[in-house]
Each structure stands twice: as structure tokens, then as C-alpha cells.
Design a protein around this ligand. Structure first.
Ligand code: NDP
Ligand code: GDR
Length: 377
């Protein structure tokens, strides 16, 4: 029997990898996309199926997590075996600027979905995955963090996700629903949104190396994160819904690095050795050495002594999460899950992808065309 899945947030990083994964497993995949004034389906265009084809296995529905009636209608129509609630205002810094909207989507949106499943009588059929987050640990109470570590959220985003975490647990306990939380630590990929720190770095440095930008402006480079690859993490999202009993799991690699280290690796992928100088807001990174081999292709715009990374306090957060390190032992023991892609391999993949785009843009610019490289980040 073909299984049917509904993914909120299908147009996002995880949604796109999860949709690919489920299609490969033979699922019929439905996704909710938001109406936007321009196309917002770039991450899933390669798996899009024309609705005119007979029995398409991937179907998109317009919708929004702030709209109960819309969610109810889609659930009623799709009757999914599995719901993956990945939709969210997912940017921590932005949540300080739009706290109420973040709460509406991330907290209330989760409640709306769970309640719609229940009221439609799908609670015994439909399994529910909630995209919970290591941000719940915030001001960490224990190192490394595991399923039993107390939460201490540090942003409107994390507080909203705390509600979503507990309402998922509550619907499981109160109504016997198969509902579970994946407490996922940071995961990245070439499809990562451009304003999250890893992608901002790989894209920014690739652009600088190609002469499209001058300098990368960073916030807190001391922050420590446990970074994995999104492909490994969506596999685990699916595994969590295939167990006999619903349970919550931490998904992490168990190693952490600083933002500064990620900058160093990214630069190294471009053949550049950086030297960090100065302290606090004065800190900056200087090009110390350029690897001769292939440098005319990778970093033609750079020379030794260029300052290409600086600090801009604009990117400091009102309350920071300084350190996150997950303990994925339960996922390994109970589900046999281990990450297959290291953070260094992921960094190399991200730089390679961003370099290709930057090289294309540099070529166009050299031939007199406008290229839209700058973003507000
Ligand atoms: P993205 O920001 O890449 O994707 C978020 C998705 O949610 C997009 O499809 C977005 O649509 C959609 N969305 C935003 N607002 C709404 C709304 N009001 N109604 C419906 N959909 C909406 O996030 P990721 O793929 O990285 O993360 C997926 C989930 O996992 C999120 O819930 C995130 O909070 C959580 N998470 C992520 C981690 C990570 O490191 N990536 C770690 C732990 C948890 P659009 O494309 O139109 O903007
Ligand atoms: P995070 O990811 O807040 O952990 O949330 P992000 O990549 O935005 O930040 C990671 C760390 O890097 C520091 N940082 C900067 N961050 C950004 N975005 N831009 C900068 O210029 C910059 N300079 C330093 C941050 O302060 C932070 O400490 C992500 C999101 O995907 C959430 O949805 C998810 O829940 C968590 O990961 C786990």
C-alpha cells in the first residue's frame, strides 16, 4: 500500500530533502507551500510533478500554518499516514524582530495541525513528527545535551518551539496520538537559507574570492555549534515515525566547533589561509596565504593582506546561545542511526556549490551583465 505523507515547510531546506527521500521510498508526497509574489519552490522544482500527469506522486497545496481552516481542509483531503511539521519562521535572530508572528506560526501552528488531526478523527491513523530544536536547551544546563536535559530557551523562536514541543507530548499523552519530537541540532547543506551562519560564510567567501563582494560581516564567532548534514537528519525524521511506540529523540553528531573554525575551513576550501587578529568588535581576518594551485579559478580577486572578515555588532543577538553539543546515543541505540556526512565534508560541498554560482556571476559581471549577489543578512 502506498503511504501518503504531508509536509509543512516543503519548500525549505529539510522539506526538500525529506520530499526527495519519501518519493524514493514510494510515498505519495503532499506539501504545503505559501503564496508568495515570486516563485519560492526552487528547492523542489527538480522533483515537481505536473498535476496534469496521471496520478502525480507529489502534490503542492497553498496554505499557511496561521490558517486553521486551510490546514483542516488539506488534512481532510489528503488523509495522510504521516505529517511532518517542518514549517516555521526558523530564523532565531529574526524571531527577536517578529516575536508574535514567530509564536503564531511555530507554536500555534503546531497546535492547529494537531487539533485538526484530532477533530477530523485522524488521530489513530496519522503519525505526527514535530521539528523540535536544540535551541530549546538555550542556556545549557548540561553538556552534552540529551533527551532528559532541562530546557532554557533564549529567544522568541525557542520559546515558541518549547510550546510546540510540549503540545506534541501532550497530544501523545492525552489522546494517544502517535506524535513525536525530533530535537535536531543545527544541520546544513548547499540548500541552507542564505542568512544562516554556515551558508552566509560559504556563499560570502565564494563571492569575495570571485570579486563580487569585499568583506564578510559576522556576529559572534565564538559561538559553538554541533553541525550535521540535512540529508542525514531527514532520514532520521522518517525513522522516528516507523517505530512501534512514539518517542522523542536528540539528533546530533556529538562534536562541536566554533563559527570561526567554520570560516577557516571554508576559506581553506578556496585555497586561502586566514589569520584572525584583534579582539571583540575589532576582530578581523586577513588573507595570510593563497594556495597557488587553481587559485586563478578559485580566488582570482584576492591577494595576501586583504581583510575579508570583520565583526558587525548588528549580528549580535539580544540573548545568545553560546554552546550546543548533542548526545545522539539514544538515536544510535534504539534506531541504529548515525550521521554519515562529517561537518568538514559538508563544508567542502557547500563551498563547491557556492563557488560554482559565484564563478557564473563573475563571468556574467565581466561581460557587462547585472548580477544580484548582495543580500540583507
Ligand atoms: P527553512 O527556514 O529552510 O524552511 C522553513 C519552511 O517553513 C519553508 O518552507 C517556509 O516557507 C515554511 N514556512 C514559514 N512560515 C510558514 C507559515 N506561516 N506557514 C507555512 N509554512 C511556513 O527551515 P529548515 O528546513 O532548516 O528547518 C525545518 C524545520 O526544522 C523548521 O521548523 C526549523 O525551525 C526546524 N529546525 C531546523 C534546524 C536546522 O538546523 N535546520 C534544527 C532544528 C530544528 P517559505 O519557503 O515560503 O519561506
Ligand atoms: P541558529 O543558527 O541560531 O543556531 O539556529 P544560525 O546559523 O543562524 O547561527 C548559529 C550561530 O552563529 C552565530 N553567528 C551568526 N549567525 C548568523 N545567522 N549570522 C551571522 O552573521 C552570525 N555571526 C555569528 C549566531 O549568533 C549563532 O550563535 C538554527 C536554525 O536553523 C534554527 O531554526 C534551528 O532550530 C537551530 O539552528 C538548531
Amino acid at each position: 500500500m502506498t503511504k501518503t505523507a504531508l509536509i509543512t515547510g516543503i519548500t525549505g531546506q529539510d522539506g526538500s530533502y525529506l520530499a526527495e527521500f519519501l518519493l524514493a521510498k514510494g510515498y505519495e508526497v503532499h506539501g504545503i507551500k505559501r503564496r508568495a509574489s515570486s516563485f519560492n519552490t526552487q528547492r523542489i522544482d527538480h522533483i515537481y510533478q505536473d498535476p496534469h500527469t496521471p496520478n502525480p506522486r507529489m502534490v503542492l497545496h497553498y496554505g499557511d500554518l496561521t490558517d486553521s481552516s486551510n490546514l483542516t481542509r488539506i488534512l481532510q483531503q489528503v488523509q495522510p499516514d504521516e505529517v511532518y511539521n517542518l514549517g516555521a519562521q526558523s530564523h532565531v535572530a529574526v524571531s527577536f524582530e517578529s516575536p508574535e508572528y514567530t509564536a503564531d506560526v511555530d507554536a500555534m501552528g503546531t497546535l492547529r495541525l494537531l487539533e485538526a488531526i484530532r477533530l477530523l478523527g485522524l488521530d489513530k491513523k496519522t503519525r505526527f513528527y514535530q521539528a523540535s530544536t536544540s535551541e530549546l536547551y538555550g542556556l545549557v544546563q548540561e553538556i552534552p545535551q540529551k533527551e532528559t536535559t532541562p530546557f532554557y530557551p533564549r529567544s522568541p523562536y525557542a520559546v515558541a518551539k518549547l510550546y510546540a514541543y510540549w503540545i506534541t507530548v501532550n497530544y501523545r499523552e492525552a489522546y494517544g496520538m502517535y506524535a513525536c519530537n525530533g530535537i535536531l541540532f543545527n544541520h546544513e547543506s548547499p540548500r541552507r537559507g542564505e542568512t544562516f551562519v554556515t551558508r552566509k560564510i560559504t556563499r560570502g567567501l565564494a563571492n569575495i574570492a570571485q570579486g563580487l563582494e569585499d568583506c564578510l560581516y559576522m556576529g559572534n564567532m565564538d559561538a559553538l555549534r554541533d553541525w550535521g548534514h540535512a540529508k542525514d537528519y531527514v532520514r532520521m525524521q522518517w525513522m522516528m515515525l516507523q517505530q512501534d511506540q512514539p518517542e522523542d529523540f536528540v539528533i546530533a553528531t556529538g562534536v562541536q566547533y566554533s563559527v570561526r573554525e567554520f570560516i577557516r575551513w571554508s576559506a581553506a576550501e578556496l585555497g586561502i589561509t586566514l589569520r584572525f587578529e584583534g579582539k571583540g568588535v575589532e576582530e578581523h581576518a586577513v588573507v595570510e596565504h593563497i594556495d597557488g594551485e587553481g587559485s586563478e579559478l578559485r580566488a582570482p580577486a584576492l591577494k595576501v593582506g586583504d581583510v575579508i572578515v570583520r565583526v558587525d555588532p548588528r549580528y549580535f543577538r539580544p540573548a545568545e546561545v553560546e554552546t550546543l553539543l548533542g548526545d545522539p546515543a539514544k538515536a544510535k541505540e534504539k534506531l541504529g542511526w548515525t550521521p554519515e556526512i562529517t561537518v568538514q565534508e559538508m563544508c567542502a560541498e557547500m563551498v563547491a556549490e557556492d563557488l560554482k554560482v559565484a564563478q557564473r556571476h563573475a563571468f556574467l559581471k565581466a561581460h557587462g551583465h547585472d548580477v544580484p549577489v548582495a543580500v540583507e543578512n
